[in-house]
Design a protein around this ligand. Structure first.
Ligand SMILES: Cc1cc2nc3c(=O)[nH]c(=O)nc-3n(C[C@H](O)[C@H](O)[C@H](O)COP(=O)(O)OP(=O)(O)OC[C@H]3O[C@@H](n4cnc5c(N)ncnc54)[C@H](O)[C@@H]3O)c2cc1C
Length: 500
């Protein structure tokens, strides 16, 4: 994986076409290039990054999707694989304290990677819980380490082989039979702490009551490795990865929509662009959501529907004149009845009555993201997916949601006069879906229930079409910037295992 060949050395059999320049696509491109392949990315949009995209307007610079970076070691490893140091490409700014959780009754919980501060905060909410915190961290550290070493990063198709990589002790500790909420309950009695640490479930397509306890590694990973904002916002990291790919000789063609994957006798032979041009290569990697690839690029009508997807989101991008007192980098507003909110979202398939949402203010960490003295803010509200909601007047729904957000801010003493919002853009789930090919407007790709993890998840190669591979949030190992970047390496390894 660490041998670099120039394009001149690559033969026809070493050509790879990647459909989509999301972070998974970029990572796969970098690893394949390092392995000597001649790689071209075809990106439909005007720039790479996918969901991690950019809106620039009137001096405000918004990241469209991700607002926090976790597991920086994954990105450092990527640059190191190319013999580079990430610090020469992008600087990461710490976001600490990282996340403030707020409830309607005014209760709050502040996360921090500073252990003393976190211990005090746990004790404040649940007197005596510092001991539980220490046991939680010790337990989740072991889980995190064996998960990344033995489960997450492995291209294993056989469930028995996958699980048997664990020792019996690790198997016991994995808590896959227990819910995340139950797992957190082993360490904390406070429902507030459990709700906060379990709130990640929302982005994984489940609830803390349905997802496996192994996912306690998520809050642990954020506490242990910190939360970060690349300088220039998340897109600063995308630019760094795009520059690395370019330096290595990856060709990136933007505004090039692929309309079809060309196949012959059960083999992928190339792609067809929107203007009808065909480009041929023996290896095709799709960074487009797996079910979208099936239905739109392969015209395969079955299969996709069986993949359970994560919810949609409605996102607001606000350029605000002046500062907003009371809002730091990342604030998550949780409802009173947390369980019922998940039932609205996942079972009753309606926009929750008591909205959970978060507001990110990246200009609080990197002031260059807004004009001097002003504020760049982003609000995210999870919603069911368009097919679940049925016909909906999004303009009216967005206006109602916006009002609820502003009311909730006011209730917490955050004065945000709407007249100060001098720039606004709103992306509804159908906009997200249309813009990036997200299946049914699902924001985070395929869900992460136990039966959509590891060998149970859509594989990173097509079982029916030789030469066709997948990378990104809907295939292994899963969603989120670090995981799709690890996924790029796994897809590259899969290709090497098949062709060499
Ligand atoms: C609102 C939101 C907030 C998030 N917050 C976080 C966060 O804070 N931290 C975090 O780690 N993760 C977060 N995520 C998740 C993270 O953004 C994704 O998991 C990750 O970016 C997905 O990358 P991907 O490789 O699947 O590619 P995608 O981002 O899905 O990119 C796919 C690319 O393919 C292109 N494409 C699609 N169809 C075609 C076609 N026919 N031809 C050519 N190109 C095509 C698209 O334009 C796009 O550029 C968030 C996601 C969203 C939506």
């Amino acid at each position: 994986m660490n041998k670099t060949r120039t394009s001149g050395e690559a033969g026809a059999s070493d050509r790879v076409l990647i459909i989509g320049g999301g972070l998974g696509g970029l990572s796969a491109a970098i690893h394949l290039r390092l392995a000597g392949f001649e790689v071209t990315i075809y990106e439909a949009h005007e720039r790479v990054g996918g969901r991690a995209n950019l809106i620039v307007q009137d001096g405000f610079r918004f990241d469209t999707g991700p607002s926090l970076l976790n597991y920086p070691w994954v990105f450092e490893e990527l640059f190191r694989a190319a013999g580079r140091s990430m610090g020469d490409y992008v600087r990461l700014l710490p976001v600490d304290p990282s996340i403030r959780f707020l409830w309607p009754d005014g209760a709050s919980f502040l996360l921090s990677s500073n252990l003393h501060r976190l211990r005090d905060e746990c004790n404040r909410i649940e007197p005596g819980s510092a001991a539980g915190l220490m046991s939680f961290l010790a337990d989740a550290e072991v889980k995190y380490n064996f998960s990344f070493q033995k489960l997450v990063r492995q291209n294993v198709d056989n469930p028995v082989a996958w699980f048997s990589a664990l020792t019996p002790r690790e198997m016991l500790r994995s808590s896959v039979w227990r819910s995340l909420y139950g797992e957190l309950g082993r360490f904390f009695r406070s429902s507030r702490i459990r709700e906060a640490l379990g709130s990640y479930a929302m982005y994984l397509g489940g609830s803390p009551w349905s997802l496996p306890g192994l996912f306690s590694i998520l809050p642990y990973g954020e506490l242990a490795y910190g939360l970060w904002l690349p300088e220039g916002g998340i897109y600063g990291l995308v630019e760094a990865m795009a520059r690395l790919a370019d330096e290595l000789g990856v060709r990136t063609l933007t505004r090039q929509r692929v309309r079809r994957i060309v196949t012959q006798d059960g083999r992928a032979t190339g792609i067809e662009l929107a203007d009808g041009t065909q480009v041929h290569a023996p290896i095709i990697v799709s960074n487009v959501d797996v079910p979208t690839t099936h239905e739109e690029l392969l015209e395969r009508k079955t299969g996709g529907r069986r993949i359970a997807m994560t919810p949609g989101v409605i996102t607001f991008y606000w350029g605000i004149r002046g500062r907003v007192d009371g809002l730091s980098h990342h604030t998550i507003f949780l409802p009173n009845d947390f369980k019922d909110t998940f039932s609205d979202l996942l079972k009753r398939k309606r926009i929750p009555e008591n909205l959970p949402f978060y507001i990110s203010v990246p200009s609080d960490t990197d002031s260059s993201l807004a004009p001097p003295g002003d504020t760049t803010a982003f609000a995210l509200v999870p919603t069911p997916r368009p097919s679940e909601l049925g016909p909906i007047d999004w303009a009216a729904a967005a206006a109602a949601i916006r009002q609820k957000i502003l009311d909730r801010l006011r209730a917490h003493g955050v004065a945000l006069d709407p007249g100060r919002i001098v720039f606004e853009r709103v992306w509804t789930p159908d906009v997200w879906g249309r813009t990036f090919g997200l299946y049914d407007g699902s924001a985070f790709g395929a869900s992460h229930s136990l039966f959509q993890l590891g060998p149970f998840r859509s594989r990173n190669y097509d079982r029916r079409i030789r030469g066709l591979y997948y990378v990104g949030a809907s295939t292994t190992p899963g969603t989120g910037l670090p995981l799709v970047v690890l996924g790029g390496q796994m897809t590259a390894q899969r290709i090497l295992d098949h062709v060499r």
